[in-house]
Every structure is written in C-alpha cells, then in structure tokens.
Design a protein around this ligand. Structure first.
Ligand SMILES: Nc1nc2c(c(=O)[nH]1)N[C@H]1C(S)=C(S)[C@@H](COP(=O)(O)O)O[C@H]1N2
Ligand SMILES: [Mo]
Length: 305
C-alpha cells in the first residue's frame, strides 16, 4: 500500500491558484484570499461550466444544509459541525486501481488544479441554490491512481466518527453515508471534488474537507466529508437508495418528468427568493443536459430514476 509522506497538517495553509470570476472582487486581475486552511490566489477568469445566475449568499449556503450525521434539520449542521476535526485527514483509495493506498489529503490535493465552478444544486426535496464551489475534477485524481480496465463504478464513503457526529449515535441513517457513480459519470468534467466555496476553505457543514459535487443529480449524490473512494465492478450500495429504493434511485438524475412518489419534481424553490417568490421550473439534468445527456442515451430514465 502507498503511504503518504506529505501531511495535510504540515502544508496548511498553502497557496493554490484558482480561477475565480471577476465580479466577486470587482477590482484587479488577481487577488489573494486567506482562509483558515487553504489560502487561495484567485485569477479573474470564469469557467465555461459556471452558471451566470447569481450565487446564493454565504449565509444561505452555510446555514441551510443537509448533513444527517449532525441531525435531520437544516440548522443542525451549522450548530454541530464545528466540532468535526478535519485535520489530519486521509482518504483511502482502493478497489480496482493501480496504486491503492491511504492518501493524506495533502497528497490527494498535490498536483490538482483548484478552480471555481458556480453550479446549481437541486435537492430531491424540491429546493435549490447556486453555489460557487472551489474544487478539482475527480477524473484527474482517478487518472493519477490508475483505474483498472475492469472498473465500472466508483463508490464513496463519508467519515464514520460518532464521537463528533452526534446523529451517528442514532439509527437515523445506515452509517456511514455511502454514494456511488457509474465510471463515466465520475470521469465527466462537471464532476468535482470540492475543497472550498466562495474562495475559502470548505465550511464543515458543507462537507469539509473534501466532498463530491455532481450538479446534474439530486443533491444527495454529492456526498460530504469523504474518507474512502473505491473502484468496483459491481453497482455500489448507496444510502438513500438502500433506505427506500422506490423513492431514491441509484442514478438520481434531476428530472422534472419523474416525480418523487410523494411530491412533484416539476418545479423548485430557489433558496433566498423569499416566501412569496414563485417556484421556478426544474430543468432536465438540472440544466446540464447539453453536457451529460449523451451519458444516458438509450436509457429509460423512468426505470433508471
Ligand atoms: N455525508 C453526507 N453527505 C450528504 C448529505 C448527508 O446527509 N450526509 N446530504 C446530501 C444532501 S440531501 C444534499 S441536498 C447536499 C447538501 O449540500 P449542502 O449542505 O452543502 O448544500 O449534501 C448531500 N451530501
Ligand atoms: Mo438533498
């Protein structure tokens, strides 16, 4: 097994280069920002994958969360996630890879290009936000560890640490939280591993220090606080699908035409719009159909929901 020489705790704060759009700074072509962990030097440059929609405020993004390890309510994560230790942090990358190992987060990040991606996030519950993530493409990391030809899926696991994650001391979910993607979904350039948002280190309630972001799928696929990434031949077991397969499919692509058994998915409430703001229509693949539609060519999305 590969063993890390770099330690996350020794390299923070570190400086990385980030593409970031100009409107957040309003001035200068280049500027530096310092977070508690990862310091960022940002360049005024916008990713073609970023939406032009106005991002939600930092307050909205960090005070209205789903992170069941800290409790089922939207304010539970902001209340309890501060106690989570995110340094030191390591990620086991194993299964059908050429270079399996327990990689310190510093190793996971080394050589990765961090950039800003402003994505829509659509929760299966019917609300949405626009979030300016900082992260890197998962495919770059997978290429570096070497995917074996027999691999077909990627499985992810969240930290299991009931001492710091109070709801893990209950049976609220089947812990640890698990998610998975088909390999081609994992290799898609839209699929990110996020380490920050709004130009700063990722807040704990948003899945520090490393979380998945898959913007064309319902939010529950975007698993937080990842400690394990496993390449497999078989379809991974995933938390919500296992909890209720009739309500939560493995694919979980945002689809306004396939309703949740208990509510419509045709529209959504954009957080921050105010109580009287009209719901907005939900878009197929959350508006990323041009990028990802071909991944599902020939598939019946009513069956593979
Ligand atoms: N480990 C873990 N990851 C998780 C969740 C969770 O409860 N536990 N909730 C998911 C759901 S339902 C959503 S909508 C998003 C919310 O991400 P955010 O709080 O950063 O907006 O995280 C997803 N990732
Ligand atoms: Mo969600």
């Amino acid at each position: 097994m590969f063993r890390s020489k770099l330690q996350w705790s020794e390299v923070t704060p570190r400086e990385v280069f980030v593409n970031r759009r100009r409107l957040l700074s309003g001035a200068g072509a280049t500027f530096a920002l310092s977070g508690s962990g990862v310091a960022l030097r940002a360049e005024a440059h916008r990713s073609p994958y970023s939406t032009d929609e106005p991002p939600n405020s930092l307050d909205q993004i960090t005070r209205f969360n789903n992170f069941y390890e800290f409790g089922p309510d939207k304010e539970d994560p902001v209340r309890h996630a501060g106690a989570l230790t995110t340094d030191p942090w390591a990620v086991v990358i194993d299964g059908l890879v050429e270079r399996p190992g327990r990689y310190d987060l510093a190793d996971v990040l080394s050589g990765r290009v961090l950039e800003e991606r402003i994505y829509r996030l659509r929760c299966v519950e019917g609300w949405s936000m626009v979030i300016p993530w900082i992260g890197f493409e998962l495919r770059g990391l997978l290429a570096r560890v070497g995917v074996q030809p027999s691999a077909r899926y990627v499985a992810f696991e969240t930290l299991l640490r009931p001492e710091e994650m109070p709801a893990q001391r209950t049976g609220l979910l089947d812990w640890p939280y698990r998610e998975g993607l088909r390999l081609d979904e994992a290799m898609h350039p839209l699929t990110l591993l996020a380490t920050g948002l709004y130009g700063e280190t990722l807040p704990n309630q948003n899945g520090a220090p490393l979380r998945l972001v898959v913007p064309w799928k319902y939010g529950f696929k975007s698993i937080k606080s990842i400690v394990r990434i496993t390449l497999t031949e078989e379809l991974p077991v995933t938390t919500w699908n296992r909890m209720d397969p009739s309500e939560y499919g493995f694919y979980a692509n945002v689809n306004p035409e396939v309703d949740h058994p208990r509510w419509s998915q045709a529209s959504e409430r954009r957080i921050g719009g105010g109580f009287f703001a009209p719901r907005i229509p939900t878009e197929m693949f959350n508006g990323y159909g041009e990028e990802v539609g071909t991944l599902y060519a020939g598939m019946d999305l009513r069956v593979n929901y």
